[in-house]
Design a protein around this ligand. Structure first.
Ligand SMILES: *Cc1c(COP(=O)(O)O)cnc(C)c1O
Ligand SMILES: [Zn+2]
Length: 400
């Protein structure tokens, strides 16, 4: 049993209403379960395979979900990078190992399942890339049409390729992501399409399972949970989920929620450091990490709460720091991620080097998307292959 509840005024709404904002005050909604009716034990969860739907009692979908076996992503101990930074317990949860190559699949398996449950015929989103790829994949699985709006010329090649191949109607607008979101929101309200951006409270329900899995994989709560922040949905979702585990008595502490943004797109960092209640949008966000190239994060209100209530922090990293960490993860740990994903680990490096965290902390960094999402950002950083004549002599001469 659950209701939709406004994060600002607390008004509540029936789960079958198609609303994305509180009709009374305009703020975002969140899913609130009646915890007394949740009948599950940790032992029962532990018997099921480590995947998102292991946690179905804390998800809103009734019946069979639209699923491609998302979740259950690896949690890697970063031994080499950790050693360099003096951090013994540094982990990366590789969300690039989801079906479409990013954590957005967790949101979409739940979001598209809810679309079907609510009787919606067409799904839509605006996207910096991964949301559109994931929506296209899950709409294909469900057999319903998807419409996606992208900022023209600003989306990584792999992501556009996925949205197109999986059959979404892909529209590139001459404007940035924030503008695309405003447009698709109007489209959905006026034409009755189902909006699956992170203003949709059900999507965040799926994404909160990153936190559940990390706790199960570590056998306890980490001291710190680090995420790259764009629209700030994911950090809000992980916090919400862990609060629920605490309410159920499954865990007895919460990690310090830590958000990393790119310099040039860091309004959440600004709000934390300058103790602002309401964040000041960045009109022209710019960064190589296109997945977090967002100036007006829609979930800022939830995210600021997550960071402040857990005594966490937020910090910005430069494009150079992001790309250097992308290379380190690839070459020292064998972990291939897209630039935005490397931001979480780049942020921890900076916090450790500046002495802002305790080196004994157990830290989970979420690395959010796969290396192949943005092949152009990769190729630009690497030497091209060495081309030679097809004989052994030439081969030996280049290897010498
Ligand atoms: C969507 C996305 C993010 C940002 O997540 P938010 O929930 O918008 O903060 C970060 N990295 C990747 C790879 C993404 O696709
Ligand atoms: Zn309200």
């Amino acid at each position: 049993m659950f209701r939709l509840v406004c994060v600002n005024c607390g008004a509540d709404y029936n789960q079958n209403e198609i609303i994305y904002h509180c009709p009374k005050c305009g703020h975002l909604l969140t899913v609130e379960y009646d915890m007394d009716t949740i009948d599950i034990s940790r032992a029962e969860w532990d018997k099921r395979p480590l995947r998102l739907w292991r946690y179905k009692e804390l998800l809103p979908v009734a019946g069979e979900p639209v699923s491609l076996q998302e979740g259950g992503t690896p949690l890697y101990h970063l031994k080499t990078i950790g050693k360099e930074l003096g951090l013994k317990e540094l982990y990366a949860k590789h969300e690039g190992m989801n079906p479409s190559g990013s954590f957005k699949d967790r949101g979409m398996t739940v979001g598209v399942s809810m679309a079907i449950q609510l009787g919606m015929k067409t799904v839509a989103c605006a996207s910096t890339g991964n949301t559109s790829a994931s929506l296209a994949v899950y709409a294909a699985k469900a057999g319903i049409p998807a419409v996606v709006l992208l900022p023209a010329g600003k989306v990584a090649l792999g992501k556009v390729a996925q949205a197109l191949m999986h059959g979404a109607k892909v529209i590139a607008i001459r404007g940035n992501f924030d503008k695309a979101l405003e447009m698709v929101h109007d489209l959905c309200i006026n034409e009755g399409l189902y909006l699956l951006n992170s203003v949709n409270p059900y999507r965040l329900e799926g994404q909160k399972t990153i936190g559940f899995e990390a706790v199960d994989q570590l056998g306890g709560v980490p001291d710190r949970f680090v995420l790259p922040v764009g629209n700030a949905g994911n950090i809000s979702a992980v916090y919400k989920g862990l609060l629920e585990l605490q309410n159920l008595g499954f865990i007895d502490s919460l990690p310090m929620m830590t958000g990393i943004q790119a310099e040039g797109a860091s309004p959440v960092v600004d709000a934390i450091h300058n103790k602002r209640e309401v964040l000041v949008p960045e009109a022209n966000p710019e960064t190589v990490a296109t997945a977090i190239r967002i100036g007006a994060p829609v979930n800022a209100e939830k995210a600021l709460r997550a960071i402040r209530e857990t005594n966490g922090t937020a910090i910005a990293v430069t494009d150079e720091e992001i790309l250097a960490m992308q290379r380190s993860l690839a070459r020292k740990e064998g972990i291939g991620v897209e630039p935005a994903s490397a931001a979480s680990v780049a942020g921890i490096k900076k916090l450790a080097e500046e002495g802002l965290i305790d080196k004994d902390e157990r830290i989970v960094c979420v690395v959010t998307g796969h290396l192949l999402k943005d092949p152009e950002a990769v190729i630009k950083q690497c030497e091209p292959p060495t081309e030679i004549d097809a004989n052994l002599e030439s081969l030996l001469s280049v290897l010498r």
